[in-house]
Design a protein around this ligand. Structure first.
Ligand SMILES: [Zn+2]
Length: 160
């Protein structure tokens, strides 16, 4: 089962305390090596946005949401830069883009295979473990093509 959210993240004795608690320097160097590992030069803007993106663990957010966080954290970027950077991060495989019909594009800092619930009317995504959904039959793909991955979005609505 998916257990994406823990009620008490600061359980004593946890060996994997969030890096954010260990101080800025630690997170910054981690973001830097992530960027470099993906072949991206760690410019000031990429570092600033990467720090905002990755310091809070796995999450989904829109370009507008990240832009708001940048303003609050006084990271000097424009919305256009946020869009460009998110697309560069996506192309480099650091994050994934989740397109849901009728919703703004979300970006996912968890770049491994998994699926999503989408809550209609709330514009919210919740992770589903990759192993919790089995797609049994897939069509033949056109010649010269291969399936890159299968993303499943299960749409939810509140019971009437
Ligand atoms: Zn996700």
């Amino acid at each position: 089962m998916a257990m994406a959210f823990r009620a008490n993240p600061s359980a004593p004795g946890s060996a994997t305390a969030p890096a954010a608690r260990a101080g800025r320097g630690c997170v910054y160097s981690e973001v830097k090596s992530r960027l470099q590992g993906a072949g991206l030069r760690p410019t000031r803007q990429r570092m600033g946005l990467g720090w905002l993106l990755f310091a809070k663990g796995d999450r989904h957010l829109t370009a507008e949401g990240l832009y708001e966080e940048a303003l609050k954290a006084q990271v000097p970027v424009s919305l256009a830069t946020v869009y460009n950077t998110l697309h560069q991060f996506t192309e480099a495989g650091l994050i994934r883009e989740i397109a849901v019909e009728g919703a703004k594009t979300h970006f996912d800092t968890k770049a491994t295979n998994h699926h999503h619930f989408y809550i209609e009317g709330e514009n919210r995504l919740i992770d589903i473990e990759g192993s919790d959904i089995a797609v049994e039959t897939l069509p033949d793909v056109p010649e010269g093509m291969e399936i890159a991955r299968v993303d499943v979005v299960v749409r939810l609505r509140r019971k009437a």
